[in-house]
Design a protein around this ligand. Structure first.
Ligand SMILES: Cc1ncc(COP(=O)(O)O)c(C=O)c1O
Length: 498
């Protein structure tokens, strides 16, 4: 530490008196920059603060402030009685040969973890934004009773317990857990203690929590194919081998899985309304699946994502309601029944795993906002939730009918589509099965109409081309025009073969 700097440093420092940034901050930034670029080498002694202040025509306090900050960050070293020096920053010690070479330094994916690389191209991010007709998975956002919600929100902010403004108890607010437990008991036949409900940031986080808590990397999960992309890829993100199981008219083809796949630690299913195709898992399959899980001590994740909307017949009881052995982890969400931006879902944990799930939730992202949980709790308990679902159910039924009428009128030669018993979307199968549904969907997007091609839900299996059309967020009056736009786009793309 013997070399000194003075005039050289002065010539490199650029301070601008006219800028709103205080001079001590400018000096700090400049010195940091010069140290990082190597212009001020380790061991160099900086001018005394008094001297630098005189040279730069700034106050001594400004220089002292900047020096002290950089000493606290480790860029400078103050040696009592000897002055201030540029510190040794370890990267400058490294020789080029010490730095592992990258075959393609510019390839971003080279730097990903193995788990992230496995899902870097996930289709789960396809068209998440927006909510124009016929965007699947998005409810009628404009019909959400914002005034009621806002009034409750305002009451909670004004009168709510101070605890609501803190982190909140692990697992969720007891009141909301109780309301959710009652709701799923009444609607889905799920019997559980309120303490078993873990409030999560949507169903998606519940999937991650299950993977984190119950499985090890390389464990096998059986997943529907076509199936829910974000669920499957969340498992893969945790290093789990998410293997494809084809579907038949009864849903998840269990015998295919039993005969041709390694045994599973987890089965991921949407039994009430298969995503995306919409069939219901038959009772026989349900019982077989539970029996398999019992015998092999596997878990079943029941993703009951849109069960609030059933248009024909009575609501089908959940798979969880048939499980006497505690193998089914039931997962629900408020994304379809209220709005996805709420980011609240839940899982029903086995009694002895409640604490572990709750702890996992805290480690993944802390609790869902207690204020929002309390607003939701009151929204449910006041009856607004059930009223909203009832109202939406009759509106969605009409919207679906309008959609099918318009498809029948304008596109009977192009599509095969039928009334779906449940949920918020229908499938329009393309009659010409040589065309590419992806290319057609892209044409539709460009023409201003939303939809998702069925092929994006496939992992290994391939199915006939089709479009997933969401009717929930499409206004009745706009449906005929949007269908015409869609049909034009499809006709334009009908030469685009797969
Ligand atoms: C099959 C399926 N499960 C669950 C969800 C809900 O996920 P979240 O609650 O994270 O919004 C969706 C949403 O699109 C879905 O399609």
């Amino acid at each position: 530490m013997s070399r000194e700097t003075g005039g050289a440093l002065l010539s490199m420092l650029q301070l601008h008196h006219e800028q709103p940034v205080p001079l001590y901050r400018q000096l700090e930034t400049e010195l940091r920059r010069l140290i990082l670029t190597g212009d001020l080498a380790a061991g160099l002694r900086l001018p005394a603060s008094r001297q630098l202040a005189l040279d730069l025509e700034i106050s001594r306090l400004t220089v002292k402030n900047a020096y002290e900050q950089l000493v606290s960050e480790g860029f400078l070293k103050a040696v009592r009685g000897a002055g201030t020096y540029v510190a040794q920053i370890s990267t400058y010690e490294l020789h080029p040969q010490d730095i592992p070479s990258q075959s393609e330094p510019s390839a971003h994916r080279q730097r990903l973890s193995e788990r992230a690389a496995a899902v870097a191209c996930t289709g789960a991010t396809t068209r998440l934004e927006g909510f124009r007709a016929f965007r699947p998975g998005v409810p009628a956002l404009d019909l959400f009773p914002r005034k009621i919600w806002a009034a409750i929100y305002s009451r909670v902010l004004r009168q709510g317990d101070g605890d609501l403004f803190s982190y909140g108890p692990a697992g969720g607010l007891p009141g909301l857990r109780r309301s959710v437990a009652e709701h799923i008991r009444d609607l889905r036949g799920v019997r559980c203690e309120p303490e078993q409900i873990i409030i999560t940031a949507g169903a998606q986080q519940a999937f991650a929590l299950v993977a984190l808590t119950l499985l090890n990397p390389q464990d096998v999960a059986w997943c529907e194919d076509p199936g829910h992309i974000a669920g499957r890829d969340a498992l893969a993100l945790f290093g789990i081998r998410a293997l494809s199981v084809p579907l038949d008219s009864d849903g998840f083809d269990l015998s295919h899985a039993l005969n041709s796949l390694p045994s599973a630690r987890l089965i991921f299913v949407t039994p009430s309304h298969q995503h995306p195709l919409g069939m219901t898992l038959s009772l026989e399959r349900r019982m077989q699946m539970i029996e398999y899980a019992r015998l092999s001590e596997a878990w079943i994740v029941e993703d009951d994502y849109d069960s609030e909307y059933r248009y024909v017949g009575r609501t089908i009881p959940s798979l969880r309601s048939l499980d006497r052995y505690g193998r089914v982890i039931y997962i629900g969400s408020f994304s379809k029944s209220l709005f996805p931006g709420l980011r609240i879902g839940y899982l029903v944990a086995p009694p002895d795993l409640v604490d572990t799930f709750a702890a996992g939730q805290i480690l993944l992202s802390q609790n869902v906002s207690p204020v929002t949980q309390e607003v939701l709790r009151r929204f449910i308990d006041d009856g607004a939730y059930h009223a909203h679902i009832r109202r939406m159910k009759s509106i969605y039924q009409v919207r679906q009918e309008r959609l099918l009428e318009a498809l029948g009128k304008h596109a009977a030669d192009l599509f095969e589509a039928s009334f779906t018993d449940a949920g918020m979307h229908t499938i329009a199968w393309l009659k010409d099965d040589h065309v590419s549904d992806t290319a057609i969907a892209q044409n539709a997007w460009a023409a201003g109409v939303d939809c998702l091609p069925l092929s994006i839900f496939c992992n290994r299996e391939s199915i006939a081309p089709g479009l997933m059309l969401g009717f929930a967020c499409a206004h009745e009056e706009e449906i005929p025009d949007r269908v015409e736009q869609l049909v034009t786009a499809v006709r334009k793309g009908s030469s685009l073969t797969r």
